[in-house]
Design a protein around this ligand. Structure first.
Ligand SMILES: Nc1nc2c(ncn2[C@@H]2O[C@H](COP(=O)(O)OP(=O)(O)OP(=O)(O)O)[C@@H](O)[C@H]2O)c(=O)[nH]1
Ligand SMILES: [Mg+2]
Length: 335
């Protein structure tokens, strides 16, 4: 058996195109902890060029079908796309893997498709997705496509932090209204009305157009003159994917022309560091509570000798004086 390779060795192998090494790095990214941090240190200097595209929309909207089509088109055009299909581990689906429906033809080995499970903790997603994207970028994949169901705030954040956010809708069920409620209207750079082979597709388009008219004065259109296009598609039948990608590329051109791509990068960095900070702070809070001092303040509060506010402030003072670098995420965060 070959000796176990170090993270640095795996990274170098992934850089030269070894898919198995890349797969192992991504598994480590998913687990988080110190190994994931090491991967981040290695990959960061090599990353920053890939076009990051988020694709979201309600369950079953046809995201994976569309992504599969886009990947075929991109590979045919000589590109090296990567796809990260984020699995929200929904109790409803029993954590069924979203990426399963992304079908890749034989010979399309230039593409790399990966499903990422979050194992029930939303903090993991906020940390693992940006790092996985960074790894894909660093080892030479471009574009990097993230597929996620647009249900929770974390998913909206993930997609909103992409260079280009694509929101997929379908006829019926008031999708446009739902997307508006979920906050997807603000983050969308391109709208796709998929399943345009079904009745009602034009109604969705009209609803969306109206909503864009209404948000016109406050949204990005008034600031930059960019109005998210609405692209009709029937991904299952191979229709519209080329138009979708044209719109995605036009958006990237818009970002470059206006200097907004840098703003997206900054926003992305802030979102990632904030998520890391929040996770570190939460781990630190647990540690403080488990310490002797923490137990002391807790029992004082229980005996009504101090109010919980006082106990909190005392522990907070302790935390802010502590060396945060010595605080490691607790084990259950990563198991
Ligand atoms: N009629 C029609 N059906 C489609 C179209 N695109 C996808 N579908 C079907 O819709 C169903 C869901 O497609 P997926 O691509 O898995 O949808 P998804 O948004 O990735 O689903 P989740 O990842 O589970 O949220 C499948 O049965 C597809 O065959 C389309 O353009 N027209
Ligand atoms: Mg899917």
């Amino acid at each position: 058996m070959a000796p176990k390779r170090s993270i640095a060795e795996l990274y170098e192998a992934a850089r030269t195109g070894e898919r198995r090494a890349l797969g192992r790095l991504l598994t480590a990214v998913e687990r988080g902890g110190a190994t994931a941090d090491e991967i981040s240190e290695l990959a960061h200097p090599d990353s920053g060029t890939a076009h990051i595209v988020g694709i979201t929309g309600s369950p079953g909207a046809g995201k994976s079908t569309l992504v599969g089509q886009l990947v075929s088109d991109l590979v045919a055009a000589g590109k090296k796309p990567a796809v990260l299909a984020v699995d929200p581990s929904s109790p409803l689906t029993g954590g069924a893997i979203l990426g399963d429906r992304i079908r890749i033809e034989d010979g399309e080995s230039e593409a790399f498709i990966r499903s990422m499970a979050t194992r029930g903790h939303s903090g993991g997603l906020a940390l693992a997705v940006p790092l996985a994207v960074r790894v894909f970028d660093a080892v030479g994949y471009d574009p990097v496509i993230i597929e996620t169901v647009g249900v929770g705030q974390v998913e909206v954040d993930v997609v909103g932090a992409a260079d280009t956010a694509v929101v997929v809708m379908t006829p019926g069920m008031g999708d446009a209204v739902q997307a508006n409620k979920a906050g997807l209207l603000e983050v969308a750079d391109v709208f796709v009305v998929n399943k345009a082979d079904r009745p009602g597709a034009n109604d969705v388009r009209r609803d969306l157009d109206l909503m864009l008219d209404l948000s016109h004065m406050t949204g990005q259109e008034s600031e930059t003159g960019y109005r998210p296009p609405i692209v009709m598609a029937s991904a299952l039948h191979g229709d519209g994917s080329a138009d979708v990608w044209d719109a995605v590329e036009a958006h990237l051109t818009h970002l470059d022309d206006t200097g907004l791509r840098d703003a997206r990068r900054k926003h992305r960095m802030r979102t990632e560091v904030k998520a890391r900070l929040e996770q570190a702070m939460s781990a630190a809070a647990e540690q403080a509570l488990d310490s002797d001092t923490g137990a002391g303040w807790l029992s004082k509060a229980e005996r009504a000798e101090v109010a919980p506010t006082r106990a909190t402030n005392e522990l907070l003072a302790l935390l802010l004086n502590a060396d945060l670098s010595t605080i490691q995420p607790s084990d259950e965060e990563h198991s």
